[in-house]
Design a protein around this ligand. Sequence first.
Ligand code: ATP
Ligand code: MG
Length: 424
Amino acid sequence: MGNKIFAPKGTRDILPSEVKAWEMVEGKIKEICSVFNYKQIRVPDFEHYALFDRGVGESTDIVSKEMYTLNHRGSDVFALKPEGTSSVIRAFIEHGMNSGITPTKLYYITSCFRSERPQKGRQRQFHQFGIEAIGSYSAGMDAEVIMLVDTLFSELKIKGLELRINSVGCPKCRSDYYERLKNFVEPFKNELCEDCQDRLNKNPMRILDCKNEHCKTLLKDAPLMVDYLCEDCSEHFESVKEYLKSAGIDFVVDPKIVRGLDYYTQTAFEFVSTDLGSQGTVCGGGRYNGLVKMIGGSDTPGVGFGLGLERLMLIMEEQGLLDDLEEDIMDIYLAPVGKDALKIAFKSFRELTKSGIKSGIDVMDRSLKAQMKYANKVNTKYTAILGEDELNKGVYTLRNMSTKEQEEIKIEDLTDYIKGSLGE
Ligand code: ATP
Ligand code: MG
């Protein structure tokens, strides 16, 4: 006998007892996306490495530290996708979706892979629900995207999430701001962590996002992008805020939100729960006007978000929102005693299942007592007993499991009888 093999660290089986909750959440997602007219897209789990190198950005933690890469026959290098947006935009370009209706509104529910230290709310394979609205520069699009996810949270009855928004500007206002930021850190540049020194060269704003305590202290009074937005970006940000207010969506401005990805412009936002500690960000998104062009498409703006489903589930669990999900109840369980009875019961089983009635049958040749014990455990509305007496009379003894009432039903009438009684 071989050694036991366990699931890889950072992965998690979603067991049948949890799937109800996942299906409920996924169902709500689909419902709301349909209400907002977003169409589902399904993308592969791996892509060419270059897609993320360019799309997410080679200097981001995601690409430089967290990505699983695959070397295929020593040539083409692939990567397991660490996020959904790059893949969706790649597909958008590849299939010429920009020639259809603008804006193109897409959503996905997909696996993402990141080689991180596993902890609560942080896995190596996890799931994201995300949307992308591609083709509009309007601040209204940003507000719509935020409204969609806010609607999901309220439909799921989740409380205590804070919406934080910021503007990370555009390449135009950013270059001025970078000068200011660099001048600010110049005197203590060497005290910053190694990562930040690297960020200073590649994407200086990201030093504001550093988790290192010393860096945080040094950068406490650093200049902030929101204070140096160009006119366009400033107007855009004001409009987003106005639209959100008009829609009655609460938010706070958090000038330190940077987001870990290179492709963001203007609006950046997060929904944060105080319940999950440092894994509190359940949803992160923003506008990415540079991305489509960066990965080979025409100059097309976009806005979207990615929402971690495991984190969402953790919050819902803590808030007791997964407690009273409807239990699976079987309609009827067939309890034949002996082989002859089983043969006849199989005919009924065929009719019942073809009629869409949730049915089960004992195929293990167990005693009636054992079968009744099983029937109680699996939670069935009816049990149909077919013992020797019943066989001779050509009937089932049909037991209503909640009232304990029993009656005899002709074998050939069983399906119609159950259909009728379930329809009542
Ligand atoms: P964090 O700061 O927590 O590492 P992030 O900025 O890397 O998050 P994004 O890349 O914006 O996260 O991904 C969007 C969402 O996906 C996150 O808000 C989170 O809910 C979820 N997520 C990200 N990484 C993981 C992970 N390793 N395990 C589970 N969920 C994750
Ligand atoms: Mg991360």
